[in-house]
Ligand binder design. Structure first.
Ligand SMILES: Nc1ncnc2c1ncn2[C@@H]1O[C@H](COP(=O)(O)OP(=O)(O)O)[C@@H](O)[C@H]1O
Ligand SMILES: [Mg+2]
Length: 257
């Protein structure tokens, strides 16, 4: 698809992030430019410490850049107060984590609705929970607490929770990282279906080619910089994508050394 005809939901321009620890500074991201188009499914790959989570945190408004701008649906996040940023996150952003982060004392149904409870919504819509649960294949698990759900079921609940407020974009940080490979692949298929059938915009961090291959586009980070972006349809399977990934990560090491 021609990107110039599409609307970017999120635009990152010249974003850098420096962490300070005592008198040490860590440059986690440097001069990132990235557009995420509406309805696209993007994978962010890179070695541990390359800045993947930091980039997700900036785009989701969990942290602010040291310099540069993040624009979401035309709004510059840098102009938002902390209070309005929290409001923005609750209403526009869906988050999925490697460790699921469900509330142990609540059943699946209440976990899914939790973001609305937290936002002070009194009247919640039962039908939306049931629709999401059925899209995600957990309709008969809603009365169960997390400790009686499998890892894959817990991640499905977490994905339903990320969608309950109908966000503009969903960020998933290593969503398959705690799952065996078969369950991980079923979560990938689910994210693919959410993109294809429901037009969800998804940005997923992973270091596994077999996970990244489900996305439309792959962005590769190395040492806080984007070193490549390519469409997955250029590769027949995860093996050939993995070979390209290894090659560019290696080539970049040669260029910079
Ligand atoms: N809150 C923080 N304070 C200090 N350094 C951090 C913090 N978060 C991340 N970093 C550092 O920034 C770099 C990028 O981290 P991160 O974005 O978590 O990478 P990734 O998700 O690719 O593993 C690493 O060197 C990491 O140690
Ligand atoms: Mg990370």
């Amino acid at each position: 698809m021609n990107d110039s005809n599409r609307t970017p939901i999120t635009v990152v321009q010249g974003a850098s992030k420096v962490y300070r620890q005592g008198d040490r500074t860590i440059s986690a991201l440097q001069g990132i430019d990235l557009s995420i188009y509406e309805g696209s499914f993007v994978a962010v790959m890179g070695a541990s410490g390359s800045g993947k989570s930091t980039l997700l945190h900036l785009m989701s408004g969990l942290t602010r850049p040291s310099s540069g701008t993040i624009t979401v649906a035309g709004h510059d996040l840098g102009t938002l107060s902390d209070r309005r940023m929290t409001h923005f996150r609750r209403n526009r952003i869906g988050l999925v984590f490697q460790a699921f982060n469900l509330i142990a004392s609540l059943n699946a149904y209440d976990n899914i609705l939790f973001p609305l409870y937290a936002a002070g919504v009194k009247q919640t819509d039962d039908t939306v929970v049931h629709e999401l649960a059925s899209q995600l294949g957990i309709q008969d698990r809603l009365t169960h607490r997390p400790d009686s759900l499998s890892g894959g079921e817990q991640q499905r609940v977490a994905i339903a929770r990320s969608l309950i407020a109908n966000p503009a974009i969903v960020f998933a940080d290593e969503p398959t990282g705690s799952l065996d490979s078969v369950t991980g692949q079923s979560i990938c298929k689910l994210l693919r279906d959410l993109s294809d059938q429901h037009g969800r915009t998804i940005v997923m961090v992973t270091h596994e080619p077999s996970v990244a291959v489900w996305a439309d586009d792959v962005v590769v980070l190395k040492d806080g910089e984007i070193i490549d972006r390519f469409p997955t349809n250029r590769y027949e399977d995860a093996q050939s994508l993995a070979a390209h990934y290894q090659q560019i990560v290696g080539e970049s090491a040669m260029v910079t050394s």
